[in-house]
Design a protein around this ligand. Structure first.
Ligand code: GYE
Length: 329
């Protein structure tokens, strides 16, 4: 199913690129073509910011898919993880009269008004990556990952490994109010319910390496290396920051404190192979082609699928070592 969508998207984009080339050559000598130079599809993309390795890979994938060669003029905005700034950026896109808007929503709540404004202006909105709590009538489609299932995979592994012995766990949460922070917490908590794993503390590290390091330093001051058996980090970057904190406190990450994280970006996978992280659940950031396909379908007057889920895998150190050379991010 997914594969079919991806391939259809690539074929469509190819056709679109040919059309775009045709237009610009005809507008050259004879002054024909679109007088406003409108042959490219203008897409405003409201990215969250640049908080993590996952985000860099996602931004790159989006920029590649929404390239001029593919027929797009991409107006890129990164909101530095500030929800109000991101909403303001979307409002700007509406005022500029872009053809379509793509949003990676920082938080789930607060989207109703601006999505209604986009609908009133007849500008289709596609969501990529994170979800919103607003009515689904206010956007065309969403493409992303099943964050709750990622949390479930992480929790099931934890139960398998540590569920029968008393295990004191701390959690580094993603950005408060974001869909992946909410859903990864829920999937994990449901999976460990009834086991011997006890959550002794949980705080947000905002999906950043610095955030993970600072919050982990606080946990270590409070409980000591010996008082923590397990860390669940909602992304690799926070786990990598926590590893620095654990080492600075004289602990051995992956041994004294076991670590589970989510994303499977390059640095995370290397730490997994090194034994500093023990298990990683993948979250695929390469959503650009699928998002571009949805935009094209929406502008062609089609009815794209409402939700497209991209599959994720899980990795032990051995599995990571097998695939590391073939990973694109
Ligand atoms: O896991 C994290 C990033 O929304 C799935 O955001 C995304 C998350 C990803 O900052 O690294």
């Amino acid at each position: 199913m997914m594969r079919k969508n991806a391939l259809a998207g690539i074929a469509l984009l190819g056709a679109l690129a040919l059309t775009a080339v045709g237009c610009s050559s005809s507008s050259g000598g004879d002054g024909g073509g679109d007088a406003s130079g409108d042959e490219l599809i203008t897409v405003g993309f409201a990215q969250t910011g640049s908080e993590s390795g996952w985000r860099s890979a996602n931004t790159e994938s989006m920029k590649e898919a929404f390239s001029t060669e593919n027929g797009f003029d991409l107006v890129f905005n990164a909101a530095d993880n500030d929800p109000a700034a991101q909403i303001a950026a979307v409002r700007d896109f509406i005022n500029q009269g872009v053809d379509a808007i793509v949003i990676a929503p920082i938080v789930e709540d607060g989207w109703d008004d601006v999505l209604q404004e986009a609908a009133d202006a007849d500008i289709p909105v596609i969501l990529e990556d994170r979800t919103v709590s607003a009515s689904e009538d206010l956007y065309v489609s969403w493409v992303g990952l099943d964050f709750e299932r990622e949390g479930t995979y992480a929790g099931e592994w934890a139960v398998e490994q540590f569920g029968d012995t008393d295990t004191k766990m701390v959690v580094l949460e993603g950005t408060t109010g974001s869909a992946p922070a909410n859903d990864r917490a829920k999937g994990f908590d449901d999976a460990i319910a009834g086991s011997s794993i006890e959550k002794i503390d949980s705080q947000t590290g905002d999906f950043t390496r610095d955030g993970g390091k600072t919050v982990m330093e606080g946990f270590l001051q409070k409980y000591g290396v010996d008082g923590i058996d397990l860390l669940y980090a909602h992304n690799d970057d926070m786990a990598l920051g926590a590893i620095e904190a654990i080492e600075a406190a004289g602990g051995v990450p992956g041994e004294d404190i076991k670590i589970i994280s989510i994303d499977a970006v390059k640095d995370g996978m290397l730490a997994l192979i090194d034994g500093k992280i023990n298990f990683i659940v993948e979250c695929n950031p390469l959503l650009g082609e699928l998002a571009a396909d949805l935009v094209t379908q929406a502008l062609d007057g089609g009815t794209p699928e409402k939700e497209i889920y991209v599959d994720d895998e899980t990795f032990t150190p051995e599995q990571a070592a097998e695939v590391i050379d073939q990973r694109a991010y």
